[in-house]
Design a protein around this ligand. Structure first.
Ligand SMILES: CC(C)(COP(=O)(O)OP(=O)(O)OC[C@H]1O[C@@H](n2cnc3c(N)ncnc32)[C@H](O)[C@@H]1OP(=O)(O)O)[C@@H](O)C(=O)NCCC(=O)NCCS
Length: 306
């Protein structure tokens, strides 16, 4: 079993029991049963390398593409350097090509050269940091959102998502996955969901965690229903930060990034997004829409991280 060994790497703030418990809950969930698998390479009965497979759909304009996400690539320390992880990933990619998957993607925590050797291309992967007290504090009423707001949050997310040139589709199953992730104790801090109401609906929302030890509000994602609601974003973020100095997170994707002040934008040193086109159809779509390092926005939300 990999978990006792990978715990030191990936448990974050969780004890081993919490880490293993969350893994089991995730795997047993409706989302887990349909969209998530663990894969391993065995030699003579011994597990020599493993990884996770996530299934998602990527929308590019009007088209959709089948995407396979790769996470938690792992070889036990004493077996490294013998080509096991490369062999596992090679077999993974061959199987995906045969099954008609359009692209593979991952978020590299190691030097991207390892995955580049398999053909993966690094995508813009940055962070943004904003000083909370420099954000305009317009007078809007910010409210804490609860479980009863889930449908309204989805509607606002969908409204913004539909305007993005490409995005991972978020189906009801993926919303369940997001709910499980929000309940995880992997990251320290208090989970926050704030919104601005318009009539009986929602104009905008923001989710993330308040981390007093880091003096920061760590942003997960936000959305606004219409362009005229984008002005509520700065006061929402300011309210989320409260007395904390900084707001930071992944640089948001296109459309969402526009209303954010410029902030301090830096390249990420971990969770570097990488992609490998597998089908001719996706290769053509990818070529037509190059994702440059200097693009003003990043390709996805941190909530897409696997
Ligand atoms: C990364 C990892 C899976 C590689 O497993 P492996 O079975 O040793 O991989 P392979 O034998 O197929 O390839 C070895 C090559 O990986 C590359 N590699 C290993 N660690 C690397 C790193 N941190 N950055 C870049 N390349 C790395 C090296 O180039 C190495 O080649 P070398 O032995 O000639 O120097 C393994 O080191 C591991 O489990 N690390 C801890 C978990 C981890 O960080 N996983 C990646 C998460 S994105």
């Amino acid at each position: 079993m990999v978990l006792p060994r990978s715990h030191a790497l990936w448990a974050g703030a969780r004890s081993f029991d919490e880490y293993a418990g969350e893994f089991r809950t995730t795997a047993a969930s409706g989302w887990g049963k349909r969209r998530f698998r663990t894969l391993g390479l065995r030699i003579g009965g011994e597990l020599v390398a493993s990884c996770k497979r996530y299934e998602r759909v990527l929308r590019c304009g009007e088209r959709t593409f089948a995407a396979a996400g790769i996470g938690a690539v792992y070889t036990p320390a004493e077996l490294r350097g013998r080509g096991y992880a490369t062999a596992l990933l090679g077999a993974f990619l061959d199987a995906e090509r045969d099954a008609g998957t359009d692209l593979a993607y991952l978020f590299s925590d190691i030097h991207p050269a390892f995955y580049a050797r398999l053909g993966f291309v690094a995508l813009p992967s940055r962070t943004i940091a904003l000083r909370a007290d420099l954000l305009p504090g317009e007078r809007v009423t910010v409210v804490a959102l609860g479980d009863g707001d889930a449908a309204a949050i989805r509607r606002v997310f969908d409204a913004l998502d539909a305007r993005r040139p490409f995005a991972f589709a978020r189906t009801p199953l993926e919303w369940d996955w997001q709910r499980l992730r929000a309940g995880s104790s992997e990251h320290p801090g208090q989970v926050l969901r704030l919104g601005v109401r318009r009539g009986r609906g929602l104009a905008a929302y923001v989710t993330g965690r308040r981390v007093p030890l880091a003096d920061a509000f760590v942003l997960d994602e936000f959305a606004f229903a219409r362009d005229e609601d984008a002005g509520t974003l700065a006061p929402l973020l300011r309210a989320a930060a409260g007395d904390l100095r900084t707001i930071r997170g992944w640089l948001p994707p296109a459309v969402a990034r526009d209303p954010l002040p410029r902030g301090a934008v830096r390249a990420r040193t971990s969770a570097i997004a990488m992609l490998l086109p597998l089908s001719a159809a996706f290769r053509a779509a990818f070529r037509a829409r190059p994702l440059e390092r200097r693009a003003p926005a990043d390709p996805c939300w941190s909530t897409d991280h696997i």
